[in-house]
Every structure is written in structure tokens, then in C-alpha cells.
Design a protein around this ligand. Sequence first.
Ligand SMILES: [Zn+2]
Length: 228
Amino acid sequence: MSPEETAALLAYAGRLDPRAAQLDPAETSAQLANWCEVLRDVPATAPGGWDAAAAVRRHVATSPYPVLPVDITRPWAAHRRELLARHTDPRPDVDPDDVAGYQDAIRAQRHAVATGQAAPSSARQLTGGPHPAVAARIPPGRALPASAAAALAPYRPARAAREAAAAGGRADALSVPCGWCRAPAGEQCRRRTNAAGDRPGTWTRRRTPHPSRIDDAATRTARGEHAA
Ligand SMILES: [Zn+2]
């Protein structure tokens, strides 16, 4: 903030809160020098809605204490952090083989954002879901087009078995936990390996559920119970 801007801000603060205004000319110039020193690195306005006058107004409106220059530097520090967090270091228009020049350009971009001279450059993000042309090919409730799911079926036997069961109106064995191998609902049945213990790695997944689990699921479905 330039000395002129700081003086204007101090006058504004004195108008809003008479306690901030010094009446003695000597004290006034000391106060202005103090404000100029503390607020040297704080811009008057900056991208993202920063306005030093608004910070003063907010302080006067919410705090019982007279406004001090730190009451402007602290909100600015928070705003600056937010700006820098949104900045994603876009590729500068410098030859990347010129390492020193490239790094200097990146630093200059960050400095411009940190001092409120430039708006942060955020990476564009996907917000609207898949492209309509892609979305049209995906059946509702599925993440994969039917043809892709069919092509993958040999490699996802458990998933394929669940879908086949659902399509055929049979009970989905994986909707219940297995009483035989203690596999939780949703996970495939397990076969012990020779390794000791009960942690993952001491068993492998079975392609097919244990028969008792299939019976269990069929019984529950017949009774109309919801999957556990
Ligand atoms: Zn099992």
C-alpha cells in the first residue's frame, strides 16, 4: 500500500471510529509512519475480493477495540494464503531448457499472486460430469457401457456372477456374509493358503461362493430379508 493509500485508509478508520484518529499533529504523523511501515506489503485491493477498507470496516463493526494496522495485516495474511492455495503454477512462457529463467518466471508468478498484483491461476476442473455424448452410452446406475462390461466379464468372475444372479432373478450370494470362511458381505469367499494367521495375504479369493453362502442368501431372499 502506498503512503497515500495508507493515509486515506487511516482517515477512513478515523471517520468510522473516532478513537483511531489522533488529534495531536506530532502523534498523527507518528501514527501514519507506523501504519505505513506495517501495511507496506498489504495491497489496498487485490484479486479475490480483498479490500483493506473492508477489513477496517469489519473490525470496527465487530471488535470493541480501536483498529490497529495488525487488524488489517492478519486478514490479509489469511486472504493471501487462500490466493496462493488456489494458484497452480501455470507453465510460464519461457524456454523450459533455461532452468534458471524458468524458475525465476515461476517465482515471479507466485510473487505477483502473493502481493495481490495478479489473480491466482487455478487448474481447470471437471465439474459437469461426463460429456453428454459419453453419458448417453452409459446405462443409468452403471459406470461402464454394457459392451465394456461384457468384455471384462471373464476377468471379473465375481462381479459377473453377481450380475448374472441379479439378471436371472436368483439370490446374490455376496449380499450376505459367509458363515464358512467369514468373508464379509460384498467380498468374495476365501480359500486359506499355507501361510499362518488371519490377515489378508494368508488367503486367496475363491471364484465361486461357498455353497452354504448361496443357500443362506437364497433363504434370506425367500424370506424377504434385506441384505445384512
Ligand atoms: Zn465362504
